[in-house]
Design a protein around this ligand. Structure first.
Ligand SMILES: *[C@@H]1O[C@H](CO)[C@@H](O)[C@H](O)[C@H]1NC(C)=O
Ligand SMILES: *[C@@H]1O[C@H](CO)[C@@H](O)[C@H](O)[C@H]1NC(C)=O
Ligand SMILES: *[C@@H]1O[C@H](CO)[C@@H](O)[C@H](O)[C@H]1NC(C)=O
Ligand SMILES: *[C@@H]1O[C@H](CO)[C@@H](O)[C@H](O)[C@H]1NC(C)=O
Ligand SMILES: *[C@@H]1O[C@H](CO)[C@@H](O)[C@H](O)[C@H]1NC(C)=O
Length: 530
């Protein structure tokens, strides 16, 4: 779900009142459009041309160099890692919350906790707030929760501040009737009809740092938060009921605020473990020896975490003409490949796998097989090759279904994308410390068990033995394991596992609805080209 967003703003003023009401389809304002730029200039009195092109390479270099200045001023000799005040731990609840990864954050004074979904595919942090239409928040409604979810009320937080329409991060500013009024936002995600809208506010996000092992320092970071008054689609239906943390490249994202304030290096890492736990660290640039690949600009702009896959390898066979660009999106449950690549990859997988294919008409995935424990040994590996010569061995290319005897069937957990771009979703990120190095504009990765990096020890420059980068080509050992670790049993327990007479894989989990609408991405690209 959860991709582009503030990049493609559909201008629709639900909250601002009738005079501003614009029909949903009447207008698309891109935040880098001339219109938005003109507004920015007139508002801030910036002469046109005094800044590098928004999100051009120069823009990011300028940003990085000013970040570095700040860091030199404020940071000690040792770079600090920040994590939410409730801890660096992230968690996933499987099908319950759409297979995304979540963490607790504290906001406001007095502070309130929110269980937010982690989304590298969007920028804004929003939480349910002064609700008109929000997901149910009581614990009883969900299987996995032991406490009620909260609703944010800016009027009850002594540190909350209005963000008015003249704020430089108010993207809908050009449509406001008056610059004094609170800034509205609306974010549309790829999943059909999925959106969040409301007003922007500024408040404190509490983070912790641990430079030395004796104490944890609390860091008060002012950030912009979407007061999400009205959610729709997937957000009313089990995905991100308590808000979403956008981790994208946009200036409004939490990592951008933290880096701009000089609190961290402009980078963060996420690690998702196979047991549903994980870690997030702001400021983490990873190991010097990790593998990496540059982020790719779209029309000269760094809008999303886009990377270039050179080829896909199944087993020991690297397929010709399987290069594509893909967005690294933790907010997408399962990976999508562009059609041509999808066909080649699935055909080769089908050729190498020694199991009986199941009919999966109408199911999320097309390539599903009967499994028995010994056959699991022979699931072909899936490896993505990145420039320059770096390999990414997908730990869990399949999704396992369990019955009383153990794994009963498995599916290649890849879907067909309708556009030219792929999306590398959370399932492919599993088992790696993935570094979103925004300062150097590259993605880094190293094998990891998601250990705690905040224990005060100086960060090592090279990985311990088990964290070493992968060999460029897959080995037998790296192929899927027979132990069923591809999906932890606890997760699989929540997976649809009961066969039905009509179809062996009939149950439709939440994520079925989390399909992307590639059209929107095309609109973004189109708009950013003008
Ligand atoms: C949040 O509030 C509680 C009590 O109201 C306090 O004990 C705790 O330290 C606060 N947490 C943060 C991060 O300020
Ligand atoms: C908008 O908010 C800023 C900061 O809070 C304030 O300085 C400014 O005067 C406000 N602008 C208008 C037009 O109210
Ligand atoms: C999206 O909303 C439209 C209009 O309300 C509706 O017709 C359509 O069925 C919805 N799509 C989904 C997938 O819910
Ligand atoms: C499938 O079976 C054939 C013949 O039994 C064997 O040569 C091949 O290695 C098997 N494939 C895998 C991926 O194990
Ligand atoms: C990639 O690796 C191959 C084989 O190891 C080598 O021949 C080639 O020069 C490498 N390419 C780059 C760009 O490093």
């Amino acid at each position: 779900m959860a991709t582009r967003v503030l990049v493609c703003l559909l201008v629709a003023f639900i909250l601002i009142g009738d005079s501003l009401a614009v029909t949903l389809s009447s207008k698309l304002i891109h935040r880098f459009s001339d219109e938005a730029k003109a507004f920015r200039v007139s508002r801030n009195g910036e002469p046109p041309g005094s800044w590098p092109r928004w999100r051009s390479m120069e823009y990011y270099q300028l940003l990085a160099s000013s970040d570095l200045q700040l860091q030199k001023m404020k940071l000690g000799p040792q770079y600090q890692l920040l994590f939410p005040s409730e801890g660096s731990k992230t968690m996933s609840f499987g099908n319950d919350f759409g297979w995304l990864h979540y963490m607790w954050i504290d906001i406001g004074t007095p502070n309130i906790s929110f269980l937010v979904a982690l989304d590298t595919g969007s920028d804004l942090l929003w939480v349910p707030c002064d609700c008109i239409q929000c997901a149910p928040l009581s614990a009883g409604y969900y299987n996995s929760l032991d406490r009620d979810l909260s609703e944010y009320r800016p009027s009850e937080s002594s540190t909350s501040k209005h963000v008015n329409c003249s704020h430089e991060l108010c993207e809908l500013g050009p449509n406001c009737k008056s610059l004094k009024q609170p800034c509205p936002y609306i974010v549309n995600y790829y999943s059909e009809n999925t959106s969040s809208s409301g007003l922007l506010v500024e408040d404190i996000l509490y983070l912790a740092s641990s430079n030395d092992h004796t104490s944890k320092n609390l860091v008060h970071a002012p950030v912009i938060i979407g007061c999400g008054r009205k959610q729709s689609g997937g957000y009313l239906d089990g995905v991100a009921p308590d808000g979403l943390l956008g981790l994208g490249l946009g200036d409004i994202s939490v990592p951008s605020f933290l880096a701009k304030a000089g609190l961290i290096r402009n980078s963060f890492s996420m690690c998702f473990n196979e047991d549903d736990s994980g870690r997030i660290f702001f400021g983490d640039q990873g190991f010097a020896t990790q593998q990496s690949t540059p982020f790719l600009p779209l029309d000269g702009k760094y809008i999303t975490y886009m990377v270039g896959v050179q080829s896909c390898c199944i087993g020991n066979s690297c397929l010709k003409q399987t290069s594509f660009q893909a967005q690294i999106d933790s907010g997408t449950s399962f990976t999508f490949l562009p059609d041509e690549v999808y066909k080649k990859v699935t055909a080769e997988f089908e050729r190498q796998v020694n199991s009986t294919r199941l009919s999966t008409k109408g199911f999320l995935w097309d390539y599903c097989y009967e499994a028995s424990s010994e056959r699991l040994l022979s699931i072909p590996s899936v490896v993505l090759m990145f420039a320059p010569n770096n390999s990414f061995v997908v730990r869990n290319p399949t999704f396992l279904f369990y019955d009383n005897q153990g794994v009963s069937r498995f599916c290649l957990a890849i879907q067909r994308a309708e556009g030219n771009f792929g999306i590398i979703g959370q399932n492919f990120m599993m088992g790696y410390r993935i570094v979103f190095d925004r300062e150097n504009l590259k993605l880094g990765w190293s094998r990891s068990n998601c250990q705690d990096l905040s224990d005060g020890k100086a960060m090592p420059l090279t990985p311990p033995a088990h964290d070493r980068p992968e060999n460029p080509l897959p080995t037998n050992e790296q192929q899927s394991t027979p132990t069923g670790r591809a999906v932890a049993p606890a997760v699989a327990g929540r997976a649809p596992s009961k066969p039905s007479s009509a179809s062996p894989l009939l149950s439709a989990p939440h994520f079925l609805r989390m399909r992307l609408l590639p059209l929107l991405l095309l609109i973004c690209l189109f708009l950013s080209a003008i």
